[in-house]
Design a protein around this ligand. Structure first.
Ligand SMILES: NC(=O)c1ccc[n+]([C@@H]2O[C@H](COP(=O)([O-])OP(=O)(O)OC[C@H]3O[C@@H](n4cnc5c(N)ncnc54)[C@H](O)[C@@H]3O)[C@@H](O)[C@H]2O)c1
Length: 250
């Protein structure tokens, strides 16, 4: 079988666990070399060790401008450049609008939105030097509709959806595609408190009667990162078991 990412170098933020780790595992099996960037360096390093010589870990806070230079430098030193960026890292905190602190709001915006901006800016020129590339920005269903208690998270994810389109327009002529993905509820450490998969799970019922897995998201990441999607840019892809299609009768 042909490896769908053969010869490509990917930077994945938030790669130590959850969807980022799922994508990293899949990218290695599809022939990519992968930089695992995460604020939790020990966890990223443990995964890189497990994945072997085609993976390297780097400590990284996506909201920190200088930290991105380290990531780009690591990719260039280890693997000679960057073809793919998965802007996956994110934090999720909820609060009713009237109780949301300004500091908490700013931190979510810094990680989830400023981090995506800094990432796109950092890789655009190195990708252009390679003749192009693919950037996949992780938004959410919270970036498509208004979800209660998510004034900060929702703002960050609506922002990601918007700047993805700006970047697609600006970077298309450089051969760089930029798309956003919009997962529904996915079973990861982030959502552990929601108890997906258990009888007492918080009720959200996608028409496809289960919550998502990191493997479901990795399928989409491979497609959007590979040449199979070479005419897709500026798009927003829902990956939510049909949740956004409408309410499920029950
Ligand atoms: N899990 C869901 O149901 C769901 C749904 C929609 C969207 N999302 C989004 O998908 C992405 C991945 O979510 P997940 O569920 O895998 O999360 P997770 O919490 O399981 O993993 C997130 C990873 O990001 C890292 N991280 C956190 N802050 C960071 C920072 N400042 N810099 C670098 N790394 C940082 C963490 O250490 C962790 O390894 C996030 O952007 C999240 O908002 C998640």
């Amino acid at each position: 079988m042909v490896s769908r990412l053969e010869g490509k170098v990917a930077v994945i933020t938030g790669a130590a666990m959850g969807m980022g780790a799922g994508a990293a595992r899949r990218f290695i099996t599809e022939g990519a070399r992968v930089v695992l960037a995460d604020i939790d360096l020990p966890a990223a390093a443990a995964l890189a060790k497990e994945l072997g010589d085609n993976a390297v870990a780097v400590g990284h806070d996506v909201s920190d401008e200088g930290s991105w230079e380290t990531v780009v430098g690591t990719a260039e030193a280890a693997f000679g450049g960057i073809d793919i960026l998965l802007n996956n890292a994110g934090i999720w905190r909820t609060a009713p609008l009237v109780e949301q602190s300004a500091e908490g709001f700013d931190r979510i915006i810094a990680v989830n939105l400023r981090g995506v901006f800094l990432g796109m800016r950092a890789v655009a020129t190195p990708m252009r030097a390679r003749g192009g590339g693919s950037i996949v920005n992780t938004s959410s269903t919270a970036g498509l509709v208004g979800l209660a208690n998510m004034v900060a998270y929702g703002a960050s994810k609506w922002g990601v959806r918007g700047i993805t389109k700006v970047a697609a327009v600006e970077l298309g002529p450089w051969g760089i595609r930029v798309n956003s993905i919009h997962p529904g509820g996915v079973d990861t450490p982030m959502t552990a408190s929601l108890r997906f998969g258990r009888e007492d799970a918080v009720a959200t019922h996608p028409p496809i009667g289960r919550h998502g897995t990191p493997s479901d998201i990795a399928d989409l990441h491979v497609f959007l990162s590979s040449d199979e999607s070479s005419w897709i840019t500026g798009s927003e892809i829902y990956i939510d078991g049909g949740l956004m299609a409408g309410p499920t009768p029950h």
